[in-house]
Write a protein that binds this ligand. Structure first.
Ligand code: ADP
Length: 351
């Protein structure tokens, strides 16, 4: 007669392919029930955006079916995002992971990527916040179709909410069209307020859209927030890559773990299915290799990405079947996996 212990024993031989640890020590196996020839259990992933969900489910089923007398396996899959366990907790913020999206220069699609990452994570069931810290061009409210904040409650700011994402922007703090001149200490205070005085609630992921570039403003922002890690968005052409490598150097200097490089506007798909490399080819991947950081993927040029930004309907929500949306979802899944890896590396017990 097979018991729950037998199931645990066999699952202790199954590895989580990204974290390179077994499922049992990662506490991913729960609620085991064995009824004669049938096993039921709950598989708790480290992110609802797990890129290898089907491989893990397959490996679990195979392992259990190898037990003598077991004929069927019923899996229920949920997710519990681990916290990176960093000092953010000092602000008493129940934010498990904070990820900065940066770029070496403006116009490469950093805000577009940040928005679509956040919306994808929320669509997959994660609790997500999006903080627009781009003081030079706070475009996220437009891209998310939101033009004002809800009324504050008991002296605390209430974030706006769209597509299941809680959102706060430096753009809400200034009148439209007004030039934004921020000095280091002001920025520091503003960002601390965004973290401490906003009712974020519990979040699995806070995505932070940094200003483009690698100057004082970026350094000051990164000093105000304890980050789990950062991603760099670049375009494929050399000038963009040179700027992006400065961005990577900035993360290294600030000891912020680099979660990966994303190449945007990589190619345009022609009606016959061939690709036109408008801005060159493969630069993002080469850059990632030379810095020994993960390459998270390439996103094609698609007018619907731009239209989605202009009308406040992110492409992953409005055209989920498009190549660009699929590429963005794939990039998000790879990033979510890197965040789990970083969280397990950073936190002692990963929970
Ligand atoms: P950044 O934040 O780097 O300054 P934005 O996200 O504001 O860049 O993007 C700049 C412009 O390029 C926007 O109009 C945006 O809609 C457009 N854009 C970004 N990525 C794509 C893409 N993959 N295809 C088409 N247009 C894009």
């Amino acid at each position: 007669m097979i018991t729950s212990e037998d199931v645990l024993k066999v699952l202790a031989t199954v590895q989580e392919p990204e974290l390179h640890r077994d499922l049992v020590s990662l506490k991913m196996v729960n609620d085991i029930e064995v009824k004669t020839d049938k096993v039921k259990l709950k598989l708790t992933l480290t992110t609802p955006a797990c890129p290898l969900r089907s491989k893990i489910e397959h490996d679990v089923k195979q392992a259990i079916l190898s037990l003598e007398g077991i004929k069927s396996v019923e899996l229920v899959t949920d997710a519990q995002v681990p916290s990176d366990g960093r000092a953010r907790e000092l602000l008493r913020l129940p934010i498990r992971n904070a990820i900065a999206v940066a770029s070496g220069k403006g116009g490469v699609g950093k805000s577009t990527v940040a928005v679509n990452l956040a919306v994808t994570l929320a669509m997959k069931g994660a609790r997500v916040g999006l903080l627009d810290a781009d003081i030079y061009g706070p475009n996220i409210p437009t891209m998310m179709g939101v033009d004002h904040l809800p009324a504050p409650k008991e002296d605390r700011l209430t974030p706006a909410e769209a597509y299941g994402v809680k959102m706060m922007s430096i753009g809400f703090m200034v009148r439209p069209g007004q030039p934004l001149i921020w000095r280091g200490p002001m920025l520091h205070t503003a960002i601390r307020q965004f973290l401490a005085d906003v009712e974020w609630g519990e979040l699995d992921y806070l995505v932070i859209d940094l200003p483009p570039g690698t100057g004082d403003a970026q350094l000051s922002l990164m000093q105000s927030i304890t980050l789990s890690g950062g991603v760099i968005v670049t375009m494929p052409q050399q000038v963009s890559l040179d700027d992006a490598s400065r961005g990577l150097a900035m993360f290294n200097q600030m000891k912020v773990p680099v979660l990966g490089v994303i190449e945007n506007m990589s190619y345009l798909e022609m009606p016959d299915g061939t690709h036109m490399d408008i801005f060159g080819q493969g630069g993002g991947e080469t850059l990632a290799k030379s810095f020994k950081v993960p390459f998270l993927g390439s996103i094609p040029i698609d007018p619907d990405v731009r239209i989605g930004g202009d009308i406040g309907k992110p492409i992953v929500y409005s055209h989920p079947e498009s190549k660009a949306a699929k590429a963005l979802v794939e990039v998000t899944e790879k990033l979510a996996a890197q965040i789990s890896i970083a969280a397990f590396a950073g936190a002692k017990d990963g929970s």
